[in-house]
Structure formats: structure tokens, C-alpha cells
Design a protein around this ligand. Sequence first.
Ligand code: SF4
Length: 456
Amino acid sequence: MITETKDHAALADDFNKDEDRVNWHDETLWWIRQKRDKAVNRLPDWELLRDTASAIKDNVLSNLSAYLQEFEMKAQNNGIIVHWAADAEAHNKIVLDLLNAKGIKQMVKSKSMLTEECHLNEYLEDNNIEVIDSDLGERIVQLAKEPPSHIVLPCIHKKKEEIGELFHLHLGTAKGNADPQYLTETARQHLRDIFMTRRAALTGVNFAIAETGEFVVCTNEGNADMGAHLADIHIASMGIEKIIPERKHLGVFLRLLTRSATGQPITTYSSHYSKPRDSKEIHIIIVDNGRSKQLGRADFRNSLKCIRCGACMNTCPVYRRSGGHSYHNAISGPIGAILAPNLDMEKFADLPFASTLCGSCSNVCPVKIDIHQQLYKWRQVIVQNGHAPAAKKAAMKLMSITLSSPFLYHTGGKAGRLILRFAPFAVNNRFNPWFKQRDMPAPPDQSFGEWYAKNR
Ligand code: SF4
């Protein structure tokens, strides 16, 4: 993945080279945000639902180990085999061992951001296992050899003509035909053959219920059900934070999830898995991969409340105009920017700065995560840990010296106004990214301090 070597600003710059793409990406996501608003406004109890969901998750985070153990016991009583994975490597190895034990070389997989986080596909392919993603958007990015750019809409960055071209190359559709119905029907037939022939299916988990030991997978395409029902072995991967205490709590989360994600009243399929059918197996892998560490960070533990609806991405002005790949992490957008530094603070030090801190993400979050405040806090932690870029550190030091000295502040202001008036090219040049897409306002004749001294 080429995105590994560049930071958010450089990757956003790449995305911004195609202005048409940026504009419709921005408009499409904003349209989804508006659909979300309409769906939300039809529910008078929306704020109560958000408060309730947030409180349920507070309880879960405070009693996580107890709920996880309760879930394990109930799931085992139901005949589900439970595995624990401390990190991505352990998770991937468990999946590989399960497949190897059955001599399975091909697996179908529905959407699971956890497996993206663990880079499961690459790992299995390196070990000679073929993985076919069955979510349509995921299949499209898989054919394009790209990571998903959005947690709910994995190929939102792609134009339908590009998808038509991909399908022509890989699935034999007519060249130049980008009709969405035609392409979707082709994908449906292509995936149908795969569902019928794969003996293993992997799904994600949206909610795992401690009280009953069952888990719920939400999809709009029914692809998780097709895979899991037709395969001999169903593997479900879940992060430890996916637990909810009781089945009755599902009503709260299911009403919030899809309204926030796409503006639908409910996901088309909300499938409950509680026990394997005769002669079949269900395995669930409960994965930590840094989540316990995040739980121990008082300022950031609330990020584990996330139900992965994507609303914070759809509303974020930076995400909409920089694209999901610019976050160079499996989870992009505002929530990705507060989760990623926990995994690798140095590698993802740029992400909390990829925000205007406008707070729109926190306003739409169905579980009331204080996302923009965490972005702001991460900036401080990153600087304190020495991960800010050298140029930024030097600029901040200079700013600190200038703002601490009235003489330097006034002299600097005067000098700046003179330079802008008589030598604007000294600041307005190609080395200064601020001016790339902005007009320089005319410098004022006097500073506010000078005006105030004369007019007070
Ligand atoms: S942080 Fe909130 S808005 Fe963003 S994906 Fe998670 S639940 Fe949705």
C-alpha cells in the first residue's frame, strides 16, 4: 500500500489533484449526512437514545472483563468455540490454523474492519489461502487492490465508470458499461458461485450479547448470512469492545446504527448467531490489539464506545475533501484519528492534526464520543512525546518567544505588514502551502493595538 510512506497532508494533496473527484466525494458524503439528519429528526427520542447508548457503553467499559467472561461462558454453552487474541498476529494465526486444520484453501469474508486492522487478507494470501470479500464495496476495492476508504462505504472514492472498467477486466462485463444495476447483477452472480463453493466464511461482529452468548452481524446485502449459512465453518472476529450486556440493549443500538450511517431506519439484515447447526462449527475470536491500552488512557477510553457507523466521516469537512486513504490507517476519518495513535503514536502522529476541531463529528456521534476534544488532547500528547515534526516544533518555539515579548510581537507585526505591502512574494510563494489555494487579504494600515491606542 503506497499510503504508508506519506503523511495525511501529502496524501490529501494527491487526492486533491482530481478536483472533480473531490467535489463529488464531498457532495455525496454531505448528501448522506443530510439523509442521516432527516432520519434522526423523525425520532423525537433521538437524544435520549444517544444518552442511553453512551451510558450502556460506559457500563460496558467499566466492567469489560466481567461481560467478556460472561459472554464466553454463554457462547460455549451454546456450542460456539471461543478464542482469545492479544494482537493482530495472534488473530491471524488462529484463523490460519482453523483453516489449515480443515484443509481449507478458500474463504469468503463479509465486511470486518477488524480484519482490515489486522491485515488478515494479506496474511492469508501469503499463506496460500484465497480470500474473497463478499460485501460489494469491499469486493470492488479488493479487485482494485486498494484498502477501503470508508468503514461503511468502502469504495465511496470510486466513480461508477472506474468500477465498470474493473468489472470488465475481472468479471468480463461489457466494456464501457457502467450501469449500476448491470454491474451489481454481475457481482451478484459472481458472488453466488463463491458462496456455493466455499467451506469457510468469516464475518465481523457488530454486537456480542453477554447475557445470551449470541452475536449480531448487520449488513445491507445479506452477504454475511449467505457466507455463514452455506459454509461448514463460520469464524467471527470481534474486538473486545463489541460486547453489550443484555439483548434488550440491542434495540437502542440498532435504532442508532443505521440512521447514523446511511439514514435508513434499520439495517436490511440484523442477523443473530447463537449456536452452530448440526455438523457445522462457529468460532468467535475475541481480539484486543491495543484496546486494553486505550481503555487505560483516561482521556481516550471513550473512543471504545464506537459502533462504526461512519457518521463522523460523512460530516467531517476534512475527510470529505481529503478522502479516506489520506488517513493511512484501516479506520479513517475523525474516529480513526483518535484510535490510530494508540496503536502507533509515531506513525500516526499526523492524524489528530487533520481536523479543524469544528466539533461536527462529536455532534453526530450516536454514542456521544467527545471526538474533537480527544483530537485536541492527542495533539498535546503527541507533542509531549516528541512526535511533532521538527518544522512545527521550531515554529511553535518561535511563536512562543514572540508572543511572550510585547516588543517582539509589535515589531514582528509591523515588519509583517510592511513585507505584505511591499514584498508580498516573500510570503506568497510556492514554498508556502497556505497560499496555494487562498487569496491574500490586503494588509491593514495599522494593528488593532495601534487603532485601540488612538480610539479608546
Ligand atoms: S465515532 Fe461515533 S460517529 Fe464515528 S464511527 Fe464511531 S460511533 Fe459513528
